[in-house]
Write a protein that binds this ligand. Structure first.
Ligand SMILES: Cc1cc2nc3c(=O)[nH]c(=O)nc-3n(C[C@H](O)[C@H](O)[C@H](O)COP(=O)(O)OP(=O)(O)OC[C@H]3O[C@@H](n4cnc5c(N)ncnc54)[C@H](O)[C@@H]3O)c2cc1C
Length: 322
C-alpha cells in the first residue's frame, strides 16, 4: 500500500484551507470530507447557514454553502483528492498511521484532524427547521446576531453558562431586548459573567426568564416566539421573539482519537505547543473547532488549517519524508 504524505480529515474551513496549503506545497493531500459524522456534512457547519457576513473578502456577504464550494474548488484545483466518507478509525499508535473509512483504508505519514465541533441543540420540534432555513434560530450569536432581521428585535438566548451570557451580552448591541431563558433560577456562569449579566438587566437591556425550558419553537417561515414550560409550576406560556440563540454548548468531534490524543475535559484536542498545531502524537496535527472551544469562527478555523498544513510540511521535511 502506498503511504500518503498527508491525510486531512474534515472539509470545513479548517480542513479545506489545510488542503489548499498542502496541495500547493505538492504534498498531494487526501481529504476525507466526511458524510454525516457528528451531524455534519461535507463543507462543515457553514453548510447549515445562509449569509456569512464576517468572512473577509466578501463585502456583500456570501451564502455558506457557496463559500464552502469555493474552498473545495480551490483545494481541488491544486490536486487535493477527496473521499466523501466518514473516517471510522485511526490507528495513531503505529507508523505510518492507518486511516479507515467504510470503503477505504489508507496509510499516512502525517494526519491533520479538522473534524469540527457540533452545536448542541435542544431537540425540540421546529428548532432545526427554522435554524437550517435561516428563519431566526441560530447556535452562534457572533455569526448571526448582526443580521438586519434581528436589529431592534426581541431575541432569546437559551442557556445559563459563560457562553450563554457571552452570546446574550453580544446581542444587546443589536437587539431591542434580550431574554435569557434558563432552566434554573440561578446562573452557572462565573461571578464576572454574572456581574455583567445583572448590570445589563439593571439597564433594561436583558431580562432573565428563570425556571423555564423551551417546549417548541413557533413560526412558519420566520420565528415568532417560543413555547415555554415553567420547571417549578409546570405552567406553559408563549414568549414572542424574532430570534432564538441556543447556547447550550458544543460537542467536539474528537471521538476518533479519544484515549490516544490528549483532549481537555470537554473533548477538545489539546495543542501543547501553541501557536503550533501539533498534538501530543508526533505527526498528528489538529485545526479548527475540534481544537478551539474559544473562537469557533470560520476565519480562525481557516487560519489554523493553514498553520496545520505548514506544520505538517515542516515536520515531513524534518523527518526526511518529502
Ligand atoms: C449555523 C451556523 C452558522 C455559522 N455562521 C458563521 C459565520 O457567519 N461566520 C463564522 O465565522 N462562523 C460561523 N459559524 C461557525 C463556523 O461554521 C465554524 O467555526 C467553522 O465551520 C469551523 O470549521 P472547522 O473546519 O473546524 O469544522 P466544521 O465546519 O465543523 O467541519 C467539520 C468537518 O469535519 C467533517 N467530519 C467530522 N467527523 C468526521 C469524520 N469522522 N470523518 C471525516 N470527516 C469528518 C465534517 O463532515 C465536516 O466536513 C457558524 C456555525 C453554525 C453552526
Amino acid at each position: 500500500m502506498d503511504v500518503e504524505q498527508v491525510v486531512i480529515i474534515g472539509s470545513g474551513p479548517g480542513g479545506l484551507t489545510a488542503a489548499i496549503y498542502a496541495a500547493r506545497a505538492a504534498l498531494k493531500p487526501l481529504c476525507f470530507e466526511g458524510f454525516n459524522a457528528g451531524g455534519l456534512i461535507p463543507g462543515g457547519q457553514l453548510m447549515f447557514t445562509t449569509e456569512v457576513e464576517n468572512f473577509p473578502g466578501f463585502p456583500e456577504g456570501i451564502l455558506g454553502p457557496k463559500m464552502m464550494k469555493a474552498f473545495r474548488d480551490q483545494a481541488a484545483r491544486f490536486g487535493t483528492r477527496f473521499v466523501r466518507e466518514d473516517v471510522i478509525e485511526i490507528d495513531a499508535k503505529s507508523r505510518p498511521f492507518t486511516i479507515r473509512s467504510e470503503s477505504h483504508t489508507v496509510q499516512a505519514h502525517a494526519v491533520i484532524l479538522a473534524t469540527g465541533a457540533s452545536a448542541n441543540w435542544m431537540g425540540v420540534p421546529n428548532e432545526r427547521r427554522l435554524a437550517d432555513s435561516g428563519g431566526g434560530v441560530s447556535a452562534c450569536a457572533v455569526c448571526d446576531g448582526a443580521l438586519p432581521m434581528f436589529r431592534g428585535q426581541a431575541l432569546g438566548v437559551v442557556g445559563g453558562g459563560d457562553s450563554a451570557i457571552e452570546e446574550a451580552t453580544y446581542l444587546t448591541k443589536f437587539a431591542g431586548k434580550v431574554y435569557l431563558i434558563h432552566r434554573r433560577d440561578q446562573l452557572r456562569a462565573s461571578k464576572a459573567m454574572q456581574d455583567r449579566f445583572f448590570k445589563l438587566v439593571a439597564e433594561g437591556k436583558m431580562e432573565p426568564v428563570w425556571n423555564s425550558v423551551v417546549l417548541d419553537v413557533l413560526g412558519e417561515k420566520a420565528l415568532t416566539g417560543v413555547r415555554l414550560k415553567n420547571t417549578a409550576t409546570g405552567a406553559e406560556s408563549d414568549l414572542p421573539l424574532r430570534g432564538l440563540f441556543v447556547a447550550i454548548g458544543h460537542t467536539p468531534n474528537s471521538h476518533l482519537v479519544r484515549g490516544v490524543v490528549d483532549c481537555d475535559e470537554k473533548g477538545y484536542i489539546r495543542l501543547p505547543h501553541p501557536p503550533h498545531s501539533t498534538t501530543n502524537i508526533d505527526g498528528l496535527f489538529a485545526a479548527g473547532d475540534v481544537a478551539d472551544h474559544h473562537y469557533r469562527q470560520a476565519v480562525t478555523a481557516a487560519g489554523s488549517g493553514c498553520m496545520a498544513a505548514l506544520d505538517a510540511e515542516r515536520w515531513l521535511a524534518a523527518k526526511g519524508l518529502i
